[in-house]
Design a protein around this ligand. Sequence first.
Ligand code: ATP
Ligand code: MG
Length: 276
Amino acid sequence: MIRFENVTKRYPSQSHPALEEIDLNIERGEFVFLVGASGSGKSTLVRLAIREEVVTSGRLLVGGHELRKMPQRKVPQLRRQVGTVFQDFRLLPNKTVKQNVAYALQVIGRPRRAIRALVPETLEMVGLADMGERMPHELSGGEQQRVAIARAVVNKPPVLLADEPTGNLDPATSLEIVKLLRRIHDSGTTIVMATHDNVIVDQMQQRVVELEDGHIVRDEIGGSYVPKVVDARDREEREAERLEEDADRPAPPEDPPLGEVHALDDWDDDAEDLLR
Ligand SMILES: Nc1ncnc2c1ncn2[C@@H]1O[C@H](COP(=O)(O)OP(=O)(O)OP(=O)(O)O)[C@@H](O)[C@H]1O
Ligand SMILES: [Mg+2]
């Protein structure tokens, strides 16, 4: 469903790539934790998958579509299929809870009747059935994140990407949020969650992909936050090798201008089944 093939991402101002030669395949129905130190590339990986950023080299396919070749006008269709949740909730401050969730459907032109049915149903699913008329500032952090999750899934996207969704929450609230994500996963949604939360990762026992300095250094089914056997010497050797490689590296190539890539015309305009 999401496939990185030899993907490198270099931000224009950076000498060191944020991600380098990443190979990663996430299948439909998986729950994947992305872990790694600050700056290791987790958010970059998420941003690439919704085409907020474009790969520098390699191929990134989402639902069979290569994102670098996707024309800009198709990007909204991609984002309809890939829900996102962030650490800072990103709710519309001047809209009620209901309006925040409804807005996600209005912008994609869903009819009013569908919106009237889907919004209460989704608020109930996230445990906020009675809070539809509140404003975001009248909610706790955990409640705000539930609204953000409701908004991300109200259109029933096949994939949900969550970038540190519990980063601003206390441990008990974080656990509640993750239980909610697990329920969404149980209903068939593929979930990728970047996190620093070791308690959650250890408890959930899901696939763990660990990034270090833009490289995948671990990909483990049923993993924990810290690898069971840490081979520090191994890591030091890898780091030394990378530094040597960096010294020999030629100047980084410029990001290709988007205008030059070829349009992909086989996007299914009836996007409902795109990623199935
Ligand atoms: N917009 C940007 N422009 C330039 N460099 C960037 C940009 N965004 C990220 N970087 C760099 O890319 C690298 C990876 O950053 P990224 O945000 O993906 O890390 P992260 O694993 O999400 O970290 P954190 O755990 O702190 O959120 C870092 O070196 C960072 O400084
Ligand atoms: Mg990040």
